[in-house]
Design a protein around this ligand. Sequence first.
Ligand SMILES: Nc1ncnc2c1ncn2[C@@H]1O[C@H](COP(=O)(O)OP(=O)(O)O)[C@@H](O)[C@H]1O
Ligand SMILES: [Mg+2]
Length: 358
Amino acid sequence: MILKNFSATGFRNLEIKNQELSPGTNIIFGNNAQGKTNFLEAIYFCAFGRSLRARSDSELIKRNEKITHIRLETERAGMFSVLDARIELMGKKSVKSVAIDFISVKHMKDLFGRVLVVMFSPEDLRLIKAGPSERRRFMDMEICQLSPVYYSDLREYHRALKQRNALLKILQKDKSQYDGLSIWDEQLTKCGLKIMKTRSAFVKKINEIAAEIHKNITRGEETLELEYKPGISPDMFKKTIEGSHEKDIFRGTTSDGIHTDDIEFTINNISARHFGSQGQQRTAALSAKLAEIEIIRQSKNETPILLLDDVLSELDKHRQKFLFEQIKNLQTIVTCTGTEEFQIKKYKKLVMEEGKFK
Ligand SMILES: Nc1ncnc2c1ncn2[C@@H]1O[C@H](COP(=O)(O)OP(=O)(O)O)[C@@H](O)[C@H]1O
Ligand SMILES: [Mg+2]
């Protein structure tokens, strides 16, 4: 998939009209705070309907403005497509809307997978370093691009979880609705088992591919392994949550389920989260992200657009070279500040200044 042309008005500080992009490597140069990350964020927003770093959509609208509009023109297997995304302030609330080829996208699940994107930024270190919720988010975002059904199951699961937790709080004071719990146990089990199956298969696949990539990046020095660590045993799903009624009522929350899942990253059999160096953690995260490209390629028969924010300077020459070798067959948009020497000969150079390309 290729992003051919980009326009944005009022997206943070961006004012860009019909910027053409190369189907190969695009490198965006610019000083700090010029809008390089904003540019990648705008593309990411069109793919996922949300930002990676903003707490709310309204943050994305230029200060003192009421509306932002992004337009992407893409090409996928010879087919051209136009995506229009808007966020509008209505009083204190913001309303977003997306249209693909001028037809409005009604549900976010219909947006997933339309613009295939893999992003890697310094914050991705959190994938290894932070708590389990970060790794669940990784699984969820990536799988949603591949499977709209997964998104629906996930929504249903979280809706049931919310209802169950609300009921648990009521039961702390009034036990008369106790029988109502079984409906939510049933619902959590139904959706939870489907989600676990998909997550497990996803991590297994990522593991196979990432291990190979990681071996190559580290010139055979490190063995990376990813293992899905479910928060609840699939064979005992319903039994476990049914057996936790008393505990859950006492706590007012559901203790077990897929909302406590995790992925364990190990390097040479040692936990990367607890014992990995910063460099090892960064490389492990990069391997996982590069593996994702391959998974998308296999399941969608299409390459995603790779967005690399400020990561080149953190990689040594060998790793940079390996990275460019890995991504040579897909469109990549890279940001960087300096005038570093890159281990790549052919690329389109773009210079960002105060939200515009020079
Ligand atoms: N909602 C907003 N309205 C206007 N400008 C914004 C908004 N949010 C961020 N900015 C501006 O965007 C710039 C930072 O952009 P960013 O893409 O993060 O920079 P960099 O080029 O370093 O990646 C800053 O100048 C900041 O003031
Ligand atoms: Mg930046």
